[in-house]
Design a protein. Sequence first.
Length: 345
Amino acid sequence: MKILITGGAGFIGSAVVRLAVSRGHEVINLDAMTYAACLANVAPVADSPLYSFEQADIRDPSALAEIFARYQPDAVMHLAAESHVDRSIDGPRTFIETNVMGTFNMLEAARDHWNVQGRPETFRFHHISTDEVYGTLGATGQFTEDTPYKPNSPYSASKAGSDHLVRAWHETYGLPIVLTNCSNNYGPYHFPEKLIPVIILNALEGKPLPVYGDGLNVRDWLYVEDHADALLLVLEKGTIGRSYNIGGENERSNLELVRTICDILDRLRPGAAPYADLISFVKDRPGHDARYAIDPTRIREELGWRPSVTVEEGLERTVCWYLENEDWWRPMLGRHGVGERLGKA
């Protein structure tokens, strides 16, 4: 297929770009190159004849129309989004403009393209979203595709809004869509403002390892390369109009996760004292969801997909990658807001 991938210079998007090109798909990477984007993320495929890059903003309808007309994609994978909860607390407007209005622009550009092409049955618009749209869970239970939406942060509310637009464009206009909601991703090329890279890099620098609140907030952790595999599978074989929850089947509390990273670093890069001694509990962020957990039954039973990497295996790979790729992460530390405590409003 010829796939237009938005946000392809970001963390998850670049994993999809790398995997899609390796599987023989032609990829057009559309990215605005905001603070979290990095073209080094796609360097392994940048010289491939199957790869093209377009710097454009999904908030610019005219740029989108020109790119659709020039490349004539067979499918769209829409990953471009503002995604950091703490930043959404400090500056929600950008999240609404990008995640809601940007998705609206993408849907309209895709619909115009689809209509001009004679509404081909093979066209797909795959919208990639998050489990955070469902809100928070108690000690038990899991999110299913039928769980009511109840977002609790400006970020999750903006993603919920974009999900609803995608569904509406399918029901109202017939646009052939599939939609996925994933759990927390981690792995190589993870921008160093998120929990796992913060812990790894702070530990290497001998800095405090910040853990919000009591550290008992629980997330389901999904290795990013497993996620990319699932996304391409849904694009190719998912049922039109259907949503699929993608989880890692690896629930851990934040404190458990941090301690596991410390144990790995103690083995691979031992310091003068155990890295866990650097753990520092800090004031919790507003509206911090207690627990996310995904029921992956639908994608497992309908498409035969399950994650291949346990959280222990994935964290080991991730730590090793950061130890071996300082030339990638070191320049990132100077980018806007990295290393600062955000989202305290």
